[in-house]
Design a protein around this ligand. Sequence first.
Ligand code: GLN
Length: 245
Amino acid sequence: MDLRVAHLYPDVMNIYGDRGNVIALRYRCESRGIGFSLTEVNIGDSFDPAAFDLVLIGGGQDREQRRIADDLARRGEGIRMAIEDGLPALVVCGGFQLFGRRYIDQAGEIIPGIGVFDLETRHPGPVADRCIGDVVIETAEGEVVGFENHGGRTYLAPGQAPFGKVRYGAGNNNGDRTEGARHKNAIGTYLHGSLLPKNPALADALIVAGLRRRYGPGVGLEPLEDTAETGAHANAVRITEKRRS
Ligand code: GLN
């Protein structure tokens, strides 16, 4: 078996260590004898989402989001169709915002999103506080820990499922305790980190979803020796509890 991963705009959308998600996925595949192939998709490159098992995009500030917005919009229909067909995706912060319906940035400019998630993000303007700090959320994949740094506030439409429920942190809008969004196997989140190295259960959930879609529902993953990963996770939760309470 092998996992074919597409990383969208790795040069432009890569803050707070989002590239570490790719490293964690590669490690968790190769340690199990599962092949891993990575395709970096930059502005103007050809890209067929149907030829992949997992899609990733990281975060970027408003300026970077404006740089990729037109290119992403051209790919929107293909990405939406693949996600409807069960393609797993992990989209972080600025990438997450552009997977919603639109982002109104701090200058009040509308950046259209590709509408994978039914949500809108509004930045309250340059004088508003940013949502910054360590975050712990409860998700279907268990407790997830990460780091958020965003000005935009995200509001889910009725019926749009969040990724998780906030235990510590601001989450989508520092109000309704939702964090991120989920549609089929696509997960959007504000959590950087890197996220996957210290949330191995989430990394494995993405891998197994990608492999099952391609090779069938019988695919399972053998456990890995995860002392360092679970230790990093527990440590991050402990630090968050201390800083946030
Ligand atoms: N530009 C967005 C905001 O500040 C996203 C920032 C990010 O990706 N960290 O809301």
